[in-house]
Design a protein around this ligand. Structure first.
Ligand code: ADP
Ligand code: ASP
Ligand code: MG
Length: 450
């Protein structure tokens, strides 16, 4: 069997849904399982609805609700007929009535807990898969519809729930029966607790769903279908001259994803690595293009060692500096600092230390005040905001003796605040001011790829 995951950009309207289904149809003999995201920007709009409901702004929430309803129903009317049309309309009516009552309830209460937030966001994928399953039947594809909440089981960390792999794998194997000539459609992103309460896997999480199901079913391949020709040398929205990377290792792809290349979700890679399942990233709008093949670490051509594959960036980074003379010749100091970050469940990306100071970057500042307060017991603390991490990814980059001089040469007027090379063997990362991030990427791309 093969997994085909279509992101929101790939199912944004009737035309793209048809393209996606053409791709699936051409692989029916591989027992395809299709994992689908919410259409276009639906999840963002649902998020807006949730915020408005929390503020009690029911009328504004209802307006967005109405827009979403009209957009989905106009797709339905454009390509469904007879019993497919009536069955789809009936199913969608039920979903929209349910969503409307949730919005009404939350607006009255003026609250939106993470649990309610997940309930609202889950509708995007329920809408898209309901429409797509009906369209598939309309074009004579034998189609099974699965509710992912019955197969992906998580804890109750709403908005970024953690998957219980054992339970999930057995649910998947019990419910999904891939078969040649038959299509299975399921939602990405959504899941549920063991009590059946709806959860989500975090924004962009549909890739992860694809990978979990792929691992449980021992898929021969996982295909991530998006709106660009694979993983590119940089974000093509910023660098129009970005080139497709033909082959990239799991490790390189994970670094890129983690440091901001939205094209693939970082967690996607892990279940696939464990079983050595190849992951392909392809363009729904241009299926002939080869796309990117994500291969096992260490596989592929030796000549790619030391070669820069791509540049990613992540904005909104904060640096925390701690200076303490107690650190001089002392041990256990770093552990004490990291314990504080662990206590507040905040992950640190880059670290740089000298004899008496440590600098660290974080992107989640929700616990910053408490972290700062605890850190003050260890030394002087200062915080710098509005920064970006720029991440150059490539296996064994440090083996290129010119790498740093090339980077510094490309960025002669941009201040580099912090730098890390060699920690992971696959990346060179550094920090620049937020307002220099795009310029930095452009300068680097020119030097390394153009
Ligand atoms: P989907 O709807 O398929 O999940 P996303 O919007 O999440 O799509 O991801 C695709 C987008 O990722 C592309 O349109 C592109 O702008 C962005 N992107 C960022 N960095 C890269 C990169 N290095 N290679 C390809 N795309 C990238
Ligand atoms: N629809 C969800 C989101 O927009 C999940 C996804 O697209 O992967 O985050
Ligand atoms: Mg995505």
């Amino acid at each position: 069997m093969v997994i085909l995951k279509f992101g929101g950009t790939s199912v944004r309207d009737a035309e793209w849904i048809n393209k996606a289904l053409e791709i699936v149809k051409s692989q029916l003999d591989r027992a395809p399982v299709m994992i689908v995201s919410a259409m276009g920007k639906t999840t963002d709009k649902l998020q807006e609805i949730a915020h408005l409901a929390e503020k009690g702004m029911r009328e504004k929430a209802d307006n967005i609700f109405q827009d979403l309803k009209e957009a989905h129903f106009s797709v339905i009317h454009s390509f469904l007929t007879n019993e497919n049309l009536s069955s789809c309309l009936a199913a969608m009516d039920i979903l929209f009535i349910e969503l409307k009552s949730i919005i009404k309830g939350l607006s009255y209460l003026r609250e939106c807990t993470p649990r309610s937030n997940d309930a609202i966001l889950s509708f995007g994928e329920l809408f898209s898969t309901t429409i797509i399953a009906h369209r598939a039947r309309e074009i004579k594809i034998d189609t099974a519809f699965i509710d992912s909440r019955e197969i992906i089981k998580t804890d109750d960390q709403f908005t970024h729930a953690v998957v219980d792999e054992n339970v999930t794998h057995s649910c998947i194997r019990g419910k999904i029966k891939p078969q040649k000539g038959k299509l299975t459609v399921a939602q990405g992103f959504i899941a549920s607790t063991k009590e059946g309460i709806t959860t989500t896997l975090g924004r962009g999480g549909s890739d992860y769903t694809a990978s979990i199901i792929g691992a449980a079913c021992h898929a021969e391949e996982i295909q991530i279908w998006t709106d660009v020709d694979g993983i590119m040398s940089s974000d093509p929205r910023i660098i129009p001259k970005a080139k497709t990377v033909a082959e990239i290792s799991y490790k390189e792809a994970a670094e890129l994803a983690y440091f901001g290349a939205r094209v693939i979700h970082p967690s996607t890679i892990q279940p696939a690595i464990n079983l050595g399942i190849p992951v392909l990233v392809k363009n729904t709008g241009n299926p002939q293009s080869m796309g990117t093949r994500i291969i096992a670490n260490g596989e592929g051509k030796d000549r790619s060692i030391g070669l820069l594959k791509a540049i990613a960036f992540k904005k909104g980074i904060t640096i925390i500096n701690i200076t303490s003379y107690r650190m001089l010749l002392a041990y256990g100091f770093l552990r004490m600092i990291f314990d504080i970050f662990e206590k507040y469940k905040t992950s640190v990306d880059l670290v740089s230390t000298s004899e008496v100071s440590v600098s660290m970057t974080i992107d989640n500042t929700s616990q910053l005040e408490s972290i700062e307060k605890d850190l003050k017991a260890a030394g002087n603390v200062s915080v710098e905001n509005n920064l970006s991490i720029i991440c150059l990814v490539g296996q064994g980059l440090w083996r290129d003796p010119q790498i740093l001089s090339k980077v510094y040469g490309a960025l002669d007027s941009i201040p580099i605040r912090m730098i890390s090379l060699g920690a992971s063997d696959t990346n060179l990362s550094f920090v620049v001011p937020d307002n220099e991030a795009e310029n930095t990427i452009k300068c680097l791309h020119k030097v390394f790829f153009e």
